[in-house]
Design a binder for this molecule. Structure first.
Ligand code: A2P
Length: 219
């Protein structure tokens, strides 16, 4: 109504329930363990700045996860970000605010900068996905809407969380080019691909469903 003043959050997104957060972290940890044991990973350990003499790789220490796990839809910066006000006024954003959603995690990825979960959005979920999210990040390239959807699991020291979505788009670009001779490894979680430059993507053989609430974060 006219008496209400809009209050813009830092960002909008789907926030995982407590149980789904634990489950997702466990899935991520399993991948880190698998990688830590993998000879191919050890060969490329230099990508992560690891000394060649190190025998044990502790990626859990490398990535430092904090805060509640979530999939950002719009970084609104308290209303200061481009398109923040238009986003707040979207019918779908108003309608779905505080509603429960199931998100599908289709993969997990690790780079020297970030660790994240790749999220496959449904048509309904795409209604609250900003139209320009992918464009904003890639400028020239046309990637399907929702390509950037992810959950940040951790960032290396001095890396900002925004990097996780950019890393995911880099994977998708490389997948699209498709002409590389990627190393593929079957694991009990699914197919693990190495794209070079320390970039590892696990395609889960069984997607993980997480329970979330769509809303805003106002720290
Ligand atoms: P992500 O969604 O990849 O996790 P911060 O803690 O840096 O203020 O960020 C808060 C949240 O908003 C994080 O989840 C972060 O990344 C996301 N975020 C930060 N900056 C941007 C941006 N410029 N564009 C999109 N998402 C952002």
């Amino acid at each position: 109504g006219s008496l209400e003043e809009a209050v813009y959050p830092l960002f909008y997104g789907w926030f995982l329930t407590h149980k789904s957060q634990s489950h997702t972290k466990e899935t991520g940890k399993k991948l880190l363990e698998t990688l830590g044991e993998l000879d191919e990973f050890k060969e490329h350990w230099g990508d992560f700045g690891g000394a060649a003499s190190e025998t044990r790789i502790n990626l859990e220490e490398y990535f430092d996860g904090k805060g509640i796990l979530h999939c950002t839809t719009k970084f609104s910066d308290y209303g200061k970000a481009t398109g923040a006000q238009e986003y707040a006024e979207l019918e779908a954003v108003k309608e779905f605010f505080s509603s429960a959603f199931h998100l599908q995690i289709s993969g997990l990825f690790i780079t020297p900068r970030t660790a994240g979960a790749r999220v496959r959005l449904s048509d309904k979920q795409l209604e609250v996905w900003p139209a320009d999210s992918e464009k904003e990040a890639t400028l020239s390239e046309e990637l399907p809407r929702g390509s950037r959807a992810h959950i940040t699991l951790g960032c290396a020291k001095d890396v900002e969380a925004v990097q996780t979505g950019l890393d995911l788009l880099e994977f998708i670009r490389m997948e699209k080019e498709g002409d590389q001779d990627w190393a593929v490894k079957d694991t009990d979680q699914g197919k693990l691909r190495y794209f070079g430059k320390g970039m590892w993507m696990l395609e889960l053989s069984e997607e993980v469903t997480v329970k979330t609430i769509f809303g805003g974060f106002y720290p």
